[in-house]
Write a protein that binds this ligand. Sequence first.
Ligand code: EPZ
Length: 430
Amino acid sequence: MDRIKIAGGQPLRGTIPISGAKNAALPLMIASLLTEDRLTLKNVPNLADVNLLARILRNHGVDHSVDGKRAGPVPHLGETFHFTARDIVDTTAPYEMVSRMRASFWVLGPLLARLGVANVSLPGGCAIGTRPVDLHLEGLKALGAEIDIEAGYVVAKAPRGLRGTRITFPKVSVGATHNVLRAATLAQGETVIENAAREPEIGDVAECLVRMGAHIEGIGTSTLHVQGRTRLEGATHTVLPDRIETGTFACAVAATGGDVVLEGARRPLVEATLAALEKAGVTIEDVDGGIRVARNGAAIAPIARIETEPFPGFPTDLQAQLMALMTKAHGTSIIRETIFENRFMHVQELARLGANIQLQGDQATITGVKRLNGAQVMATDLRASVSLVIAGLMAEGTTTINRVYHLDRGFERLEAKLSNCGAQIERITG
Ligand code: EPZ
């Protein structure tokens, strides 16, 4: 199993290209199931999760090809993928696949809407919490689907097609909004989705669906109006930049000191994160084609208190990275996790490096220490893993991170991007 070795203490200086967003690329790929025509996606990041989902879609009968290779004239732009779901040969998403990647559960809505039938394995729990799917199922039932749970599978049928309706989610859910929105594009009549998630990745998918011929109003707001169509067409769409990768590298620069331009990053996607970093004493500046992040000499100020929230609030996917930064702040910070019940797996690992963090329920109190010391640590999930990379970059001595396959699921060329800016980081394979 690969490990990552970091010799900490080097400030980051240079440019880091921001990749296409994983959490937009995955649902965009799934949108290809809604049409028999070709969907072309540009700026797709080269990630383990993307490659696994491509395999899952091929299992359903989707034709998938990739254009040439990366490194075109604009270095931060990723690969171009083509998907054609002309003949869907299999409407089952098996446990072996869905348990490896939760987002593959999201094929449920599109398969049901287009073919009137889908058998999709329940995803089960995961490292960050129980993560139920009741909101997905209630939303699809409201659209007229008959749903049973049999042997761990969601068996969904809509023999006469789905019918538009008004759905008010009792809780904001990114995945349920994706699933119901895509299904509604092929339902009969109008669907209104209230309390929809407003994450930019949902807006990106909605814009792609509009290019495919869907009628959607209210994109970017919490109320989406969808006029169902009998068919959608092919389209070409460019995946938006990854706001979580942007925030992660911004935290890394804040943590190590230095001066880096995050190329391709867009401020409206990361306002809450940048505001938190500015409070911590980091300089943020819009520059041509990206965002400049710098901390030259100034100490890290504690952020007092922050809570994770649905967009546009501070994202749960950056909670661990901000916590890593706060381990060396001059004072005490409080971070409350409100989205997932068990997303503090990084706390014990950060403690191995000398961090002082007290956990009480959904709240972590971080008392800054003068220095972290390198140690062996274990990656537990994607964002927790990258928080250990940030801590390793801040620590004195050598940090070795085990089980880094978690990182490969969501960070493209992480070591190369950091070492190009002066970090001493290497992967040890095997
Ligand atoms: C998406 O997960 C993201 N995944 C997550 O990113 C992200 O952390 C999360 O949204 C929140 O922003 C992808 O985009 C692939 P939710 P999702 O449904 O859709 C509860 C990463 O590291 N809930 O918005 O699964 C749920 O338990 C990943 O890239 C229900 O109760 O998240 C949670 O407490 C990790 N019933 C809350 O809602 C449901 O039916 C928000 O979950 C669905 C969700």
